[in-house]
Write a protein that binds this ligand. Structure first.
Ligand SMILES: [Zn+2]
Length: 349
């Protein structure tokens, strides 16, 4: 009798071990996340989830680095699924944003195969949505911010000529000194000045000489024009705040943007910024492009609390400051969007 109990306890504990192991993602939690780590994780996902995940190269950065795009799609069922776009790392130094997007992707895929993993109703979202995921929008900039010169050595002399504000680790622009989130063609580029206006290429604060000058911004614009996402979530890192509306487009959403972001704000503990009033301050970001040019939902999500400096939080704070707080965020948007869609359908036709 005693022995039997022992054996069954052993079985229970070993199966618990298996369960917890099978929900473990590839993305580590405590180191700086580099371009090569991101590529490696994408390759691991590609081999592990070839049935659910497609990996392509969206294009190449100014210095020829691959910008990958992952698609998660259930090809069965209706083909009226709504496209959703997630983007990380428009700003070079903000590797928490890539890590968040990658970890979300990995946990989503794990949850589709195992109902014990964190997203209990993951498959429901695949019935309604197609996910396009760009975790590394600015590989050159991320390499510069981490002084990871391998593969971009030939550009070092040019990089050194770009005006640098602070140490390399504060680098925010792309490899050519253009802030990608000020370079989208939202119709207000000519007005854009921003708070840190730099006339010439710089590690931050330079919008470029014309909209879409940066190849990385152009690639994402072209992607949006071809897939027409209903919701675009662009991840940044600092502030625990949602930049969710601007005066030029807010009215046309008839309250949908307010409802979606109010719920996310409450459930994830993020502030909602005031509706941006002045095109000089808000214009030419990815979220502005999406709202102005496609009339769909675009949000800039600032992950992790403010620390009143350019320096990012230490890498080992990712789990506590970002993941624990926001791991459900993409699905909260989609859950709310699914509920509200019948009422707002005409906005998307
Ligand atoms: Zn940013």
């Amino acid at each position: 009798m005693f022995r039997k109990i022992q054996v069954s306890l052993l079985l229970i504990s070993s199966s618990f071990g298996l369960l917890s192991q099978s929900c473990k993602d590839f993305v580590e939690d405590s180191s700086m996340y580099s371009v090569s780590m991101i590529y490696d994780d994408i390759v691991s996902l590609m081999y592990t989830y070839s049935d659910l995940l497609t990996v392509d190269i969206l294009g190449r950065s100014e210095f020829g680095q691959a910008i990958p795009i992952m698609t998660i799609e259930n090809k069965a069922g209706n083909n009226m699924k709504k496209p959703v776009l997630l983007v990380g790392n428009l700003h070079a130094r903000e590797f928490f944003s890539s890590k968040f997007v990658m970890k979300f992707t990995n946990q989503f895929l794990l949850s589709l195969n195992n109902s014990n993993c964190i997203y209990k109703d993951a498959s429901r979202f695949l019935d309604e949505y197609v996910f396009y995921i760009v975790p590394l929008a600015n590989p050159d900039g991320l390499k510069i911010a981490q002084e990871d010169w391998k593969g971009i050595e030939e550009h070092r002399a040019a990089i050194n000529k770009i005006k640098r504000i602070g140490p390399f680790s504060d680098w925010k622009a792309n490899g050519k000194g253009i802030d990608l989130n000020n370079n989208f063609d939202d119709g207000n580029f000519h007005l854009k000045h921003g708070r840190l206006f730099e006339e010439n290429p710089a590690s931050q604060g330079h919008k470029g000489d014309f909209p879409g000058e940066a190849v990385e911004a152009r690639l994402i614009q072209n992607l949006i024009d071809s897939i027409h996402p209903f919701i675009t979530l662009s991840f940044h890192t600092k502030g625990d705040i949602l930049f969710w509306a601007d005066r030029g487009t807010h009215a046309k959403f008839k309250g949908l943007d307010t409802k979606l972001n109010t719920r996310v704000s409450k459930e994830c503990g993020l502030l909602m910024a005031r509706v941006s009033e002045n095109p000089k301050d808000y214009a030419a970001g990815l979220e502005n492009y999406v709202r102005a040019k496609t009339g769909t939902i675009g949000v800039c999500i600032e992950l992790s609390k403010p620390n009143n400096k350019d320096a990012q939080h230490p890498p080992d704070q990712f789990h506590k400051l970002v993941w624990e707080k926001c791991k459900y965020l993409p699905f909260i948007y989609l859950d709310e969007f699914s509920k509200l869609y019948p009422e707002y359908q005409e906005l998307f036709e």
